[in-house]
Design a protein around this ligand. Structure first.
Ligand SMILES: *Cc1c(COP(=O)(O)O)cnc(C)c1O
Length: 427
């Protein structure tokens, strides 16, 4: 089935029976829900393919995809089928018992990556927590390090739990939450000398570097791809020293980069890697996968009540199989190239405002010139006014992470909206 046919099947135009619940009361929402997000003033209540509709029936082209999460867009027939099937069959039982769907999803992941074993949880942060715990136990029991240190990169993003905000080397996420978790050290991204220096400086007394936790492409930190030479050298260092190389593939993995895993762009394989966002196409699931170091955890040492339940695994498996069956990686590469060349053409018209367009597959960033006042949130707001959903990655980078089923026509529509938004703001 072609992607266009899939979209048509999934697309239920609002005029065919969808009655917007208009109006939406944002004040009552804000009185009930903690203000952890600065929300845009719109409420979405329906989606189909790469379109979403708000409570007033207004249509938007979705280049956010729940932040790089809705792999198959909205209301995809394969997901509707899997959700319906699994909820009426069995949705949750404890990991005290064998869960066949969990085993099948793990096998799919192992067959399609360098992983030998999988642990399931519910989010990216939780997957990274599991990786951090595994690395620490490995350090204590195998590397014989009393006080293991994990190196992470400046401008990284690894989640919002205490350990993962500590791993996230961005002060804005850590402010007010100290004391942070000990055992982390930060280095600049894509700078091999800094890593080498840190490893030798941190080898003192009971302290030693046990692991390097890093994104193959930094997502939240501004859509910055890793350097091939840097990552290859990291792999060499880890091979020589026994330090674990852990990749956070939560945003870039699961086909978003045009390859199934970000590390395939870098020509190196990690010892451990994590996935979440795109893995379940929008149902909450996380996974921590390891190559070799599979038997570090013993029964009772790590767990998650919801992790890997029949519902999420049944649905995630159908997302994975659809990605494969529909050859979506090819679409990701083609649409990504189309998007980047379109954005570069816009950048060429506005060289005083746009400094760079970069990315892999369908994770792309448009960076704004540092010396102009224009910010990414301003562009995002102007795009929303033109019916296009975008998300910033930091103050100066606009991020483009549409569903992987996005069509050529929809990429063209998005490019038009971006150009109009920039023309209006800069006029
Ligand atoms: C989003 C993200 C996380 C955190 O995932 P949650 O599911 O929000 O906990 C971790 N790492 C990266 C690279 C991410 O993009």
């Amino acid at each position: 089935m072609s992607i266009e046919t899939l979209i048509e099947q999934a697309t239920i135009p609002p005029e065919s029976g969808f009655v917007p619940s208009n109006p939406f009361d944002a004040d009552s929402f804000d009185e009930a829900v903690m203000s952890t997000y600065a929300r845009f003033p719109l409420a979405l209540e329906r989606g189909a393919g790469c379109r979403v509709w708000d409570t007033q029936g207004r249509e938007y082209l979705d280049f956010v995809a729940g932040i790089a999460t809705c792999t198959l867009g909205h209301a995809h027939p394969a997901m509707v089928e899997a959700v319906t099937r699994q909820i009426s069959k069995l949705h949750h039982v404890s990991n005290l018992y064998y869960i066949p769907e969990q085993g099948e999803l793990a096998q799919w992941l192992i067959q399609h990556s360098c992983a030998d074993r999988v642990f399931f949880c519910n989010s990216g942060a939780e997957a990274n927590e599991a990786a951090i715990k595994l690395a620490r136990k490995y350090a204590h029991t195998v590397l014989d390090i009393e006080k293991p240190i994990i190196i992470t990169a400046n401008a990284s993003f690894h989640g919002r739990t205490l350990a993962t905000i500590t791993a996230t080397a961005q002060p804005k996420y850590q402010k007010y939450f100290d004391p942070l978790v000990p055992g982390f050290h930060y280095v600049p991204y894509n700078d091999i000398n800094a890593v080498e220096e840190a490893i030798s400086e941190l080898d003192e007394g009971d302290y030693r570097v046990a692991a390097i936790l890093i994104e193959p492409l930094q997502g939240e930190g501004g859509v910055r791809p890793g350097d091939v030479a840097y990552f290859q050298k990291l792999r060499e260092i880890c091979d020589e020293t026994g330090i674990l190389l852990i990749f956070d593939e939560v945003q870039v993995g699961m086909g978003r980069s045009g390859k199934l895993w970000g590390y395939e762009h870098l020509g190196v394989e990690p010892d451990i890697f994590t996935s979440a966002k795109g893995l379940g196409g929008g149902i909450p699931i996380g996974a921590m996968m390891s190559k070799k170091f599979c038997d570090v955890f013993q029964p009772g040492e790590h767990a998650s009540t919801f992790g890997g339940n029949p519902f999420v695994c049944g649905v995630a498996l159908s997302v994975c199989q659809t990605l494969e069956r529909e050859n979506l990686l090819q679409n990701v590469e083609a649409r990504g190239e189309q998007l980047r060349s379109g954005l570069r053409a816009i950048a060429a018209k506005y060289p005083n405002y746009i400094s760079e367009v970069r990315g892999w597959g369908l994770i792309n960033g448009m960076e704004l010139q540092a010396d102009v006042a224009l910010t990414a949130p301003e562009i995002v707001k102007a795009a929303i006014d033109r019916g296009l959903l975008l998300v910033p990655a930091g103050p100066k980078v606009v991020r483009f992470v549409p569903p992987l089923i996005i069509t050529e026509k929809e990429v063209d529509m998005a490019l038009q909206a971006v150009e109009q938004a920039i023309a209006t703001i800069t006029a």
